[in-house]
Design a protein around this ligand. Structure first.
Ligand code: BGP
Length: 461
């Protein structure tokens, strides 16, 4: 069976500044939390490879964009580094950064590739984190100013904007699960930071719409469909609560302007409501997204609470449900994530049925694999058939969703080129193009890169 995608489908890839640019101390860039954390605790990072050693996009963007063109991209998502543009997060703009991003945007357009620009991808400027990061209302203001600066500087060149990438990830990892600096475990702070990210997003949307720049603004969310272990009402209920915590907490306010009542009830009952000021709720209600980016990697398998919890331990959402280890599930062993292709269809149908079928696209999907040089062939190309299969199986479900009326407009892989990742550094590789860290980051197209090219050019699997 052939799967033909619409003619104007957005084919491309996604990236982020901290993971791809490198040049962390160059041309006036300020420090963000990753640069800082690496400085003080390099042991936390895989093989002590830090955010300064990435794939050199800052210097090599011309070469990379030419390669994107070669591999069929019609769109490319990257993020502006807040601390490159405004080194301490507020105040003076760095002219070298303006020049760099203008050049990248122009280069993309010159190659017929539309820039999709995200404003925040986990990279809080260090000084703003010192002020409390997303926990602080002052930082919300600084972020909105930064967003406005971007709209004013680049609004003529960019017609697709995003306020955040996966806003729940920095919030839960900085304030609850301890995987991002400052690695706290404090649910109250987590809720406050989450609320402020949503508020910041709504404020940036308002500022963008006011400017009438003729483009669209959205948000990129990692949606992890929550499946109950059984149809037993207790499991179904547990899955619903996990969904409210991890998906609807950001999806509902971003698209509908409201918060899920199940979640609000829990926060009230447990005494964790955030501080909300007059006008905040109306502001969120009135400034929702035009466009939704969906990152999909894995689902969440949930069952009713069976394990006892320690009531004296700090509060975690997991107090309300347990995770279910589904027997026989397909796994990506390198990342420890389940592979469940139909999840992408279920998300798209949920968006169609419950979120007004808002215009959306798959903004990340990908497979990270260790030691890919094992798969080098005689011509020096990595034969990553597993990745091709991974994408094809997901894309078949995206195709089905289109048949069933989803308003999905594109598919961006994670990622174009092997890059540095938050705590895994270069352990798991995701690129369509490989990077040889021992040979000055030499780029070589993988088999999946050529596969992608064919797909993007023909629209056909
Ligand atoms: C997403 C992030 C990306 C990227 C990807 C792969 O959550 O938006 O920044 O890193 O996941 O995850 P990892 O690099 O942790 O394997």
């Amino acid at each position: 069976k052939d799967y033909l995608f619409p003619k104007d489908f957005w084919w491309g890839s996604a990236s982020s500044a901290t993971q791809m640019e490198g040049a962390a101390n160059k041309d006036g860039k300020g420090k963000n939390i990753w640069d800082h954390w690496y400085e003080i605790e390099p042991n936390r990072f895989f093989k002590k490879i830090g955010p300064s050693e990435t794939s050199q996009f800052y210097e090599r963007y011309k070469e990379d964009i030419a390669l994107m063109k070669e591999l069929g991209h019609n769109s490319f998502r990257f993020s502006i580094s807040w601390s490159r543009l405004i080194p301490t997060g507020e105040g003076e703009v760095n002219p070298k950064a303006v020049q760099f991003y203008n050049q990248v945007m122009d280069e993309l357009w010159n190659h017929g590739i539309e820039p999709f620009v995200n404003l925040y991808h986990f990279d809080m400027p260090f000084e703003q984190q010192e002020k409390g990061g997303w926990e602080s209302r002052e930082v919300v203001k600084a972020y909105v100013k930064y967003a406005e600066t971007c709209f004013d500087l680049f609004g003529d060149r960019v017609k697709k904007w995003f306020t955040h990438n996966e806003p729940i990830v920095p919030v839960e990892n900085q304030y609850l699960y301890g995987h991002h600096y400052p690695a706290l475990c404090n649910f109250q702070k987590c809720v406050q930071a989450g609320f402020h990210s949503i508020l910041a997003s709504a404020m940036a949307i308002r500022a963008y719409h006011k400017r009438n720049l003729g483009g669209k603004i959205g948000i990129i969310l990692n949606l992890t469909p929550s499946y109950p272990r059984s149809q037993h009402p207790a499991d179904v209920e547990a899955a619903k609560i996990a969904d409210a915590f991890f998906n609807r907490s950001f999806l509902d306010p971003s698209v509908k302007g409201t918060f899920p009542s199940e979640l609000v009830d829990i926060l009230k009952k447990e005494g964790f409501m955030p501080h909300i000021e007059d006008g905040d709720i109306t502001l969120i209600k009135e400034n929702t997204v035009d466009l939704l980016g969906i990152n999909y990697y894995q689902p969440r398998r949930v069952k009713a609470k069976e394990n006892l919890f320690n009531p004296n331990a700090p509060f975690m959402p997991e107090r309300y449900f347990d995770y279910h280890d589904m027997p026989g599930k397909k796994m990506n062993p390198y990342r420890g994530w389940e592979i469940y292709e139909k999840g992408i269809y279920d998300i798209l149908m949920n968006v169609k049925e419950n979120y007004g079928n808002i215009e959306c696209f798959i903004s990340e999907n990908g497979m990270g694999v260790e030691n890919e040089t094992r798969f080098l062939n005689e011509e020096g190309m990595i034969e990553d058939d597993y990745r091709i299969e991974f994408y094809e199986e997901h894309l078949k479900w995206v195709h089905q969703a289109i048949q069933d009326g989803s308003n999905v407009k594109g598919f961006h892989v994670w990622t174009f080129i092997d890059n540095w990742s938050w705590l895994n550094a270069y352990k798991n590789r995701y690129g369509l193009v490989s990077v040889d860290l021992d040979k000055d980051c030499k780029r070589t197209v993988k088999k999946s890169g050529y596969w992608f090219k064919k797909l993007a050019v023909t629209g056909l699997i």
